[in-house]
Design a protein around this ligand. Structure first.
Ligand SMILES: *[C@@H]1O[C@H](CO)[C@@H](O)[C@H](O)[C@H]1NC(C)=O
Ligand SMILES: *[C@@H]1O[C@H](CO)[C@@H](O)[C@H](O)[C@H]1NC(C)=O
Ligand SMILES: *[C@@H]1O[C@H](CO)[C@@H](O)[C@H](O)[C@H]1NC(C)=O
Length: 470
């Protein structure tokens, strides 16, 4: 009898609680921000159903000259409070060399500082605190987390949801045992109330990501009786090139259809139901998984001016904003439990700008890990209000078509042709013999490239989010 009621209550709770959606936000890239810039970003995030930002920041005295992050966070709270938006900290505990590491006193002060803010996100009654890492740097670890928690009581008490990369990678590695990784995490990290599974990308394998590791962490967590949430991560892409001659510092993850595949796992009949979603990321430009509009590259007085250095060579020009259309659709579905009505005719399409085998004059060229995994193709995702034929042309691969309709999104891809230099992918939506919408990619393909670039450009045919202006 008792058990029955407990199960029924838990089931009811699950139905009642819609999954909250956060986006990982790199505070380091907000140097130029003012309160209004924060509000602009928040409005653009809210437009697609994001409830809050997980503020990733490194210890302000880890390297010289990062003290300003504390002020930027104050601005973020001012903006979030005005806009009904939520914030959580994602303490970046991955830096293994620092002048001054994170310490419990400072973290505690920064947590308590906003304990009474309506923008502070709470899990049950506690302040939710997350991390990136904390398991691979000797200064931290379970005792450090335990100390942080013990210091914080009453309205500052926290629910700790660390993102411990060791366990997430162990669970995701080919042949890895996710259940055993999850149980090691729980036994070694008794201070963890919940878990953020950072591994949103296939780990060095040419395979689509499954939910098996998510399920392993989620069920281990629930089975252990911990009170915190399981946070699942969703990301559109992964490519980074530090261009330092070290092959360990340049990689691409197999991400061709990752965003759509991952969201599909969160919707529909067999949907996995994590407690919280964290989108990776809002503005990590150098890992190529940003959903935000491109920031200002040259206008040093712009409030979103960012210096990206060499890594800008694979970011500038690679707009990702239309990916937010995909996110918006699936987030609405995930939250409401049913697919949202389709009112517009849109095709979001993305592609890299040179073949994977091309050797470009700049960047890490052949030393990029997994560089043979992506398909040389243009990927298209259509969301149309009526039955339509979508036509995609990529040079001599002309007028390849697929059908899409109001019942839901349709995916298709067209390979790069042999002769690609100067080819601009073209996409059209046609219906009853009429072209309803058409457009060309903002970037041409070429094997004659000045920088090794596995970061795609994302385009939109039809109305909607393209540059963030609407
Ligand atoms: C704790 O961290 C803060 C912020 O980086 C720093 O200013 C302070 O000196 C640190 N305290 C100790 C004892 O290391
Ligand atoms: C991943 O899934 C897509 C469909 O979304 C499929 O076209 C592709 O072949 C899959 N990739 C692999 C490596 O199985
Ligand atoms: C796309 O490019 C083709 C070929 O250059 C051109 O004919 C067409 O007008 C362009 N379409 C748009 C919408 O710009």
């Amino acid at each position: 009898m008792f058990t029955y009621y407990a199960v029924a209550a838990a089931a009811l709770l699950r139905v009642a609680a819609a999954t909250d959606v956060f986006a990982h936000f790199m505070v380091q890239n907000a140097y130029a921000y003012d309160v209004n810039m924060w509000k602009t970003d928040i409005a653009s995030a809210q437009q697609i159903g994001i409830d809050g930002f997980a503020l990733n920041w490194i210890p302000p005295d880890c390297v010289n000259g990062l003290g300003w992050t504390v002020d930027r966070i104050a601005d973020a709270y001012t903006a979030a409070e005005a806009m009904g938006f939520k914030l959580i900290y994602s303490f970046d505990m991955s830096y293994s060399t620092c002048n001054v590491f994170w310490n419990q006193t400072f973290m505690g002060d920064m947590i308590s500082k906003y304990a009474s803010s309506p923008a502070t996100y709470r899990w049950a009654n506690n302040i939710l605190v997350s991390t990136y890492g904390g398991d691979q740097v000797t200064e931290y670890g379970n005792e450090f987390f335990q100390g942080l928690k013990s210091n914080l009581q009453g309205s500052s008490a926290i629910t700790l949801v660390p993102g411990l990369t060791t366990f997430s990678m162990e669970a995701a590695s080919p042949g890895g045992d996710a259940a055993s990784a999850a149980s090691s995490m729980l036994s070694q990290y008794t201070a963890a109330d919940g878990y953020l599974n950072w591994q949103a990308w296939p780990l060095n394998v040419q395979q689509n990501i499954s939910t098996s590791t998510d399920q392993a962490f989620q069920s281990a967590l629930k089975g252990s009786g911990r009170s915190g949430p399981y946070m699942m991560t969703v990301s559109p892409w992964q490519y980074k090139d530090l261009n330092d001659g070290n092959p360990l510092d340049s990689w691409v993850a197999y991400s061709d259809t990752l965003f759509v595949d991952r969201f599909a796992q969160l919707t529909g009949d067999n949907a996995i139901k994590p407690d919280i979603i964290e989108l990776l990321t809002w503005n990590d430009f150098c890992e190529s998984h940003y959903l935000r509009d491109l920031p200002s590259e040259t206008d040093t007085s712009a409030k979103d001016y960012v210096e990206l250095g060499d890594m800008g060579a694979y970011v500038w020009g690679q707009n990702h904003a239309p990916w937010r259309i995909i996110a918006k659709y699936y987030i609405a579905w995930m939250k409401s439990g049913s697919p949202p009505p389709i009112t517009m005719d849109q095709v979001v399409y993305w592609h890299r700008i040179h073949p994977k085998g091309a050797i470009c004059s700049g960047g890490s060229s052949t030393a990029i890990r997994n560089n043979m995994m992506p398909a040389d193709a243009v990927f298209a995702w259509a969301l149309v209000s009526q039955d339509s034929t979508i036509s995609v042309s990529v040079g001599s691969n002309q007028y390849w078509t697929f059908q899409a309709g109001p019942s839901g999104p349709a995916m298709f891809s067209v390979p790069f042709p042999v002769d690609i230099d100067g080819v601009v992918p073209e996409v059209a939506i046609t219906r009853n013999g009429q072209t309803v919408q058409m457009g060309n990619s903002s970037q041409a393909l070429s094997s004659d490239c000045s920088w090794q670039n596995f970061n795609p450009v994302v385009n939109l045919v039809g109305p909607g989010i393209n540059t963030g202006s609407d």
